[in-house]
Ligand binder design. Sequence first.
Ligand code: GRF
Length: 186
Amino acid sequence: MVKKKACIFISGSGTNLKSIIKSTRDYNFPINIELVISNKKTAKGINYAKKYSIPYQTITDKKKFEHFALRIIRLKKIQIICLAGFMRVLSKDFVRKFKGKIINIHPSLLPKFKGLDTFNRVLKAKEKFTGCTVHFVNEKLDNGKIIIKKKIAINKFFDEKELKNSVQILEYKAYSEAIRKIYSFS
Ligand code: GRF
């Protein structure tokens, strides 16, 4: 099996990155992580790239981010970009260049609760269920075609932190499943 070359974009703790790295150890997993790009120097997730000897770049300059990212992505012949806690909205131009090749994970059952501060809003809305969604990225925020959703019941005693922990455990499964799913027909 020829694995697709993937780049993971991160901004923070990188626990989704870590779980994808673990999945890539499986011979049958369809992607290999060739590059990690962070827009934050302090992103803890960079440590996973270091630990597992994955090439990484930090590009902190807002204006130059896409230009530099594009250059290295092309150089490395990246075939899929996975946004994993990447806290910046990509330009329409960038998204068009990689149409159908950028995926993202969002900590809600989309189309519900797009955008930031998700867990707090879910709790305030007294939802009975929540979850996470892996979707293709298009020009609109958290709006592209859904690949996979995973759902959990909300324990009414949960605070924001507990809810986040539960959803994130779900995310780790969802992201790798979604990656397997998009390549299962090709
Ligand atoms: C995740 O909850 C993801 O849904 C959201 O940002 C968080 C990233 O966590 N987009 P991590 O950096 O993967 O630990």
